[in-house]
Ligand binder design. Sequence first.
Ligand code: DOR
Ligand code: ZN
Length: 346
Amino acid sequence: MSATLTIRRPDDWHLHLRDGAMLAAVLPESARHFARAIIMPNLVPPVTTGAQAAAYRDRIRAALPEGARFEPLMTLYLTEETDPDDVASAARTGLVKAVKLYPAGATTNSASGVRDFERIRAVLERMAEIGLPLCVHGEVTDPDIDIFDREAVFIDRVLDPLRRATPGLRVVMEHVTTSQAVDYVTSADRDLAATITVHHLVINRNHILAGGIRPHYYCLPVAKRETHRRALVAAATGGDARFFLGTDSAPHLDAAKESACGCAGCFTAPIAVPLLAEIFEREGALDRLEAFASLNGPAFYGLPTNEDRLTLTRAPTPVTFPAKIETAHGPVTVFDPGFPVHWHAS
Ligand code: DOR
Ligand code: ZN
């Protein structure tokens, strides 16, 4: 079968671009297919103020390849010291589109995140007032909670109480990995949405652990069992506008992944859109790809949809993608879905 599909150019509602040499190497991969992306602030040190977000946005713009059109949508990293006035003024000028909540210790570079949720009350209330979304890394950090249960427990212990205490707060549950998260989002009557990554639509926990440990499939939240992956596929392809694409493409050098204590993150940017088309095709849901990748996100964030279009073409034989990209500090492995992808995007 050969087919083409033209959709509004997709956006990535959750992306790690890093900084310096890594930024220069990975940015072209996202700019090739995506018009805009919500840029994660977990740099070292994190992007915690409006001034830092403006400087980071300028570094991203400066790293763009000649002629590329790509708009970074900046976020602030929420700490217990975040100033509500700084958040409000960064939102007012349009610089910042969301604030990111990392529970302290939940994931890569989250040490400056939140321990005591009472201490962010004033910021959350101000965000509810001005309609600025909170992007949430939804995992508890309690070492007594099994890593595969940390998302579901977070919903009950943290997220639901936090939303009840802050009416009107608009929340994006980032990179959901469980049927409990899907059910929680669909059961909410307002102000709640979720991003889903491409890799969580592809892998379950067997991919990481069966037949040898595969560090390039290790990310956080960690992939769960197959029933949860199926729930994510159903949510992404089902047409519910509360679910949209956030790749969480998270590059780490191979040396940092292939280590006795490997970093969390799947680098999917070069393959994300073609792979998403393959997944939607397998589900008989190509007619819903545009909603998930290009329409639902802007609708939640209150931003215009892209006027520019992207054409996806199905090739009769599998398309090859680079296995790695090179950076000035070494290679970064590109996510391998483990099955052929026939789509390319232009
Ligand atoms: O796998 C992940 N990698 N999950 C995160 O939450 C952070 C990210 C990163 O920054 O590497
Ligand atoms: Zn992330």
